[in-house]
Each structure stands twice: as structure tokens, then as C-alpha cells.
Design a protein around this ligand. Structure first.
Ligand SMILES: Cc1cc2nc3c(=O)[nH]c(=O)nc-3n(C[C@H](O)[C@H](O)[C@H](O)COP(=O)(O)O)c2cc1C
Length: 381
């Protein structure tokens, strides 16, 4: 049986070198076409080939969380499939779940291009996309059609962001508006108050601003869908503590740590070659390797503060099994990846998952649940 190979990916990556956003768009269009052709012989064959190349199964990695069955803990992070056009394909790449969006109530173009940059020296990306998307109503239509063709086989989340044209004061209505349109089409929802690319958005992480959003969303949450909050790596401990206290008070299902960072510290890349400007003068959030340690620290902090009672999705700088394992033992129940998947190629999901299975065996653990937060147990004992 045919399997996709790394040389095939090198070809794709050479396209990325020309312009990351164009390459991303082309790739997503191709995946959307494959997803939409799943009823044809060609579509079936292509999807089978993807599954053979990228998927693995291991009972020790399966978890039930919030009443949802996760075949494995490694998911696609928000921002990759903003309009959910390829929503049905992500299981074929071996992901245990996928988060679509960010979607906003009103469609928006996002920031002017160029707005997505690769920083290969740092194994990082800089983006200031600005939540470009077709809006919640279009996404709802797209997903309704997708799930009619093919019921969901992995949990699907939707990352909700405030529309740029909506004032910060009216943010709660904006999030609720999107949620109401989309609540039938996904399994969990994420309140994104941490993207650096929507003006003022991160100020909504402060307690007084966050409360009305959590309260309004939970009031609208008639099917009791899991709602999580995604936080920035640039907050201090007391700010994070305030968010997790509110998350517990409003019975959120979990936290996602973390979004991209606005910090430019420790980067090897000094000048953004595409614009010729110093990186310190370029707006946007950094993802990948530079955010790895901080994201793990934030996971550890949330796990400790909540005694492991608030499930955490760990994201930021995962490239290898070691990166993933550090986040699991710090307290992450689930993981997500964006930048590492682009750099390492789609094989990385299978490689990281096989690596986690091997770690469990090495540590004589029977299930991933024994590993989650286990670093803290060691510290306490
Ligand atoms: C191009 C790009 C777009 C992103 N868009 C979103 C988004 O719309 N909503 C969101 O919550 N996070 C978004 N993110 C952040 C990722 O979901 C993730 O939190 C972050 O990149 C850290 O993970 P990574 O190092 O594996 O990329 C985006 C990241 C990138 C690189």
C-alpha cells in the first residue's frame, strides 16, 4: 500500500519557502478537496493512503474527557483551519482531535499581508493574521454539510474570537452570537481572549472583563458543551491565577495553555528578511520553539494551583516526543500542535504518539492518565 514519504513533504516545504500563507492556503484547499471527494473512488483511496501513512492506534493513549472520546491526546491547534473547510480530514492525519477557527461573529479580512512568517533559525513562526475568517454563520453551514457527509470520528473544537468591529464592552454578545450559531456543529468551544492580533483582545483576560463573557456563554450553553479558555503565555502568575479561579467559578471545562507570545526575547532572528525590519518592530505573535518552555511552565502552574482538577490542553513548541512528554508530566491531559507540524511534516504526529507509548512502557505505566501531572507527584513525594 502507498505511503506518503518525507521527500514528498520536502517538495511541499519548498513551496512554503516562497510564501508561507500562500502555501498554507494551497495546502488547505487541497485537503478541502480531498475531504469533499470522500464519496468518490479517488477520495476514498487518498484518505486510506493518508491513514496508512499517518495514523496509529494505542489503547493506552485513549481518554474520555468531558464525555468525549479522544482516540489519542494529540490535536491540531487553532488557526490552521480557520473556517473549518477541511474539518473532516484531520482524523486521517492521525490527530486525536482538532480545533477549528478562530471564528468571529462577523466575517473579517484580517490584517494586510504579509502577515505570516517563518523564522527557521528559531524553529518558530511569527503571525499577525488578525483572525481572518468567513464568520460564524458560514462556518456553521460548512460544518453542517461536512458532518452530513461524514459523522465526526474525533472530537472537534471551535475557537471563538471577538470580531474586530465589536467593541470590547460588547464582547460577551459577540462570543455568544458565534456560540449560538455553532453549538450544534462541534464538541467543545474555546474562548480565545489571548490572540495578540485583535486590538485589545488580551485585556479581556482580566477578571472584570472576563466574568461577563463566561457568564453569558454558560447561560447560552443549553447542551452543556465543554467550554475552555485559552490563555496567553505573557501573563504573570497572579493574572493566570485570576483566570483559573474564574474558570472554576463558572464551571469551565478546562484551560488551553498557551497562545503565541509577544515576547521577542532570546530569538536568533534579528531582522525579518521579508520586510527588512528588526523583529522587535514587527507586530504579531511568536509560536514554535521559543514559546515551548513558558507554555510548559504555565501548564505546571495551572495543574498545581487546581490540584489537577481543571483539565489542561498543552500547546506551544511541540516538535518531539520529549517536548510532548514534558507537557504531559507537567499536567497537560491533551496536547496540540501547529508550528511543529509545519516544520516536521505530518509524520510528526505518529512519531510523537509512538514516542509517548514507548515512554509509558519505559516508565511501566499502563495508561497515559498515570503520566499526566506525574512530575508533581515526584516533587511532592
Ligand atoms: C498562523 C497561526 C495562526 C494562529 N491562529 C490562532 C487562532 O486563530 N486562535 C488561537 O487561539 N490560536 C491561534 N494560533 C496559536 C496556536 O493555536 C498555538 O496556540 C500557538 O501557535 C502555539 O503552538 P505551536 O508552537 O505548536 O504553534 C495561531 C498560530 C499560528 C502560527
Amino acid at each position: 500500500m502507498f505511503q506518503y514519504t518525507k521527500p514528498f513533504y520536502s517538495l511541499l516545504l519548498s513551496a512554503v519557502k516562497s510564501d508561507p500563507e500562500t502555501a498554507h492556503r494551497q495546502m488547505l484547499d487541497t485537503l478541502t478537496k480531498i475531504d469533499n471527494s470522500r464519496d468518490t473512488a479517488w477520495g476514498r483511496l487518498t484518505i486510506k493512503q493518508l491513514q496508512n501513512s499517518f495514523c496509529i492506534e494505542d489503547k493506552r493513549l485513549q481518554q474520555s474527557l468531558w464525555g468525549l472520546d479522544f482516540p489519542n491526546p494529540f490535536g491540531l491547534a487553532a488557526g490552521f483551519d480557520k473556517d473549518g473547510t477541511a474539518a473532516g480530514i484531520w482524523d486521517s492525519f492521525g490527530f486525536g482531535f482538532a480545533e477549528l477557527g478562530a471564528v468571529t461573529l462577523h466575517s473579517q479580512l484580517g490584517n494586510p499581508r504579509p502577515r505570516m512568517f517563518r523564522l527557521p533559525e528559531d524553529k518558530a513562526a511569527l503571525n499577525r493574521m488578525g483572525a481572518n475568517n468567513l464568520g460564524a454563520a458560514v462556518m456553521a453551514d460548512t460544518l453542517t454539510q461536512t458532518w452530513q457527509r461524514k459523522p465526526r470520528t474525533i472530537p472537534i473544537g471551535i475557537n471563538l474570537c471577538k470580531s474586530k468591529i465589536t467593541s470590547l464592552e460588547a464582547a460577551a454578545d459577540d462570543y455568544v452570537g458565534s456560540f449560538k450559531l455553532l453549538q450544534d456543529t462541534a464538541d467543545y468551544f474555546v474562548i480565545n481572549v489571548s490572540s495578540p492580533n485583535t486590538p485589545g483582545l488580551r485585556s479581556l483576560q482580566a477578571g472584570e472583563q472576563l466574568k461577563p463573557i463566561l457568564s453569558a456563554l454558560q447561560e447560552a450553553n443549553q447542551y452543556n458543551k465543554p467550554i475552555l479558555v485559552k490563555i496567553a503565555p505573557d501573563l504573570n502568575w497572579s493574572e493566570i491565577k485570576e483566570i483559573i479561579d474564574l474558570a472554576l467559578e463558572y464551571q469551565l471545562s478546562g484551560a488551553i495553555a498557551t497562545n503565541t507570545t509577544i515576547s521577542r526575547e532570546g530569538l536568533k532572528t534579528k531582522i525579518l528578511s521579508k520586510t527588512g525590519n528588526p523583529l522587535t518592530e514587527e507586530a504579531g505573535g511568536i509560536s514554535g520553539q521559543p514559546v515551548k518552555e513558558r507554555s510548559t511552565e504555565v501548564i505546571r502552574f495551572i495543574y498545581q494551583e487546581t490540584n489537577g482538577k481543571l483539565p489542561i490542553i498543552g500547546v506551544g513548541g511541540i516538535f518531539t516526543t520529549e517536548d510532548a512528554w514534558s507537557k504531559i508530566i507537567a499536567g497537560a491531559s491533551l496536547l496540540q500542535v501547529y508550528t511543529g507540524w509545519v516544520y516536521e511534516g505530518p509524520w510528526m504526529v505518529k512519531e510523537v504518539l509512538s514516542g509517548i507509548s514507548a515512554k509509558l512502557k519505559e516508565k511501566r505505566m499502563n495508561h497515559i492518565s498515570e503520566a499526566i501531572g506525574s512530575e508533581q507527584l515526584k516533587v511532592k513525594n
